[in-house]
Design a protein. Sequence first.
Length: 231
Amino acid sequence: MERIQSVLVVEDDEDVADLIETVLQRHPYEVQLASNAVSAKLALQSNVPDLMVLDLNLPDSQGFELLSEIRQTSDTPVIVCSGMPDQHQGALRSLELGADDFVGKPFDAAELEARVEAVLRRVRSRQSPQVRRSPADQLVCGALRVDPVRRRVTCADLDLTLTLTEYAIVLALTSRPGEIVSHDELAHLVWGSPVPRRDKALSSHIRSLRAKLGSLVTISAVPGFGYRLSP
């Protein structure tokens, strides 16, 4: 029997927390609520969730600080769900600190539900038994090497620490080096469904990946089409 996945919702607004809980309970998820950073950290220590949905404006801490602290000790996927005057910069900062996704407030319930399911689907895939393969099954593009069996990514023989979303993007692009992967196709591979072109999530993840990959591997944007990975 498949284990029920757990989601920790860190949100100090009771109405918003109740709404998120209602949305997530449409699925067989175990939902836990925390209203501040202290209770969130205690929850992480006592029962590590499969996913955290994090608000940035907490009464006892800035969400960015909590996200940075979490990333130093835990690889639990995090979706930031927050309302900020500059949503684009909020998303960029969140992804730079290791968030797997960003959903701005006010949010569409169906979109949040889809984003949560996409991340948890990757968690399930990571936890499922893998078929043994030979080293020849590794994906290579210049100095970049992806081992789908061990879920290990290296660049110039140095291990890269990627979020689940970043790993999904790299895997998709490295599977077709030199080819253009369309925006819709890449979004579908990562989130399970296309995202609107005005949505900055994909471009924000690409920007974060470029910083981690350095100059040895290039992710090029092809205006009007998508992205291409090349040495």
